[in-house]
Design a protein around this ligand. Sequence first.
Ligand code: IPE
Ligand code: IPE
Ligand code: MG
Length: 252
Amino acid sequence: MNDPSPNPKNDSSVPRHVAIIMDGNGRWANSRKKPRHSGHRAGVKSVRLSVEFAAQSGIEYLTLFAFSSENWSRPKEEVSSLMNLFVEALRREIDELHRNNVRLKFVGALDELNPGLKEKITQSEQKTAANSGLTLTVAIAYGGRWDIIEASKALTRRVSDGSLQIDDIDDAEFAAELQMSDIPDPDLLIRTGGEQRISNFLLWNLAYAELWFTDVLWPEFDEAVFDSALSFYAGKQRRFGHTGDQVEAVRC
Ligand code: IPE
Ligand code: IPE
Ligand code: MG
């Protein structure tokens, strides 16, 4: 089972799932001679606007990388101000998200977060669980390698207790143990801030994502920049290992 697209007919020009690495807050603040934290605060506006634009554009899933496993290594003050910002932003935004029918989810090593933030996360997920609009997933304390290791442990446990045979492990069994198990793979990855790397984001899930990078720093990300990424995506032929002719033949 090495075909990530069992249905190559499904070639809508709008991505179903967009994932964003929101980078550049610190440099945005530095260039204004402000503390890094003010860059993170300014980034919240870009989150709000991205969620609204994604919903309007017919995107079904938006996944935002807010804090990586490796970001724990930042100075203590930056980490704690980020954690406080997450709590504050959730408190401020949750009612509006709910009104807009957004289903909010969190992925990552959430047990590593402080109890106040964990509680806010649980409340927000519960409040919006039945919503049928955009699914907004926020990755906090998330690392792609961590995710794969945790999935491997879960599979190993199932093999040990006899509920899974080693030879039955395939793409689907593996993916079902990952954090994003109930969400289709991202079609489009956007990274702001000028770097062209994955930084340990959704390593498994991004296998066939279209990648789009921009020098725009996250606090300056807006509808026009998002729209450029969508235009780039619309111009792509997604082949999933097939030939271009095969893809065309299925479409006709
Ligand atoms: C991204 O912005 C936000 C987080 C990683 C939490 P950065 O803080 O990495 O900003 P730069 O890359 O230093 O400009
Ligand atoms: C990636 O940004 C993580 C998030 C945006 C949350 P980083 O700023 O941590 O990535 P590197 O260190 O430049 O690769
Ligand atoms: Mg960065």
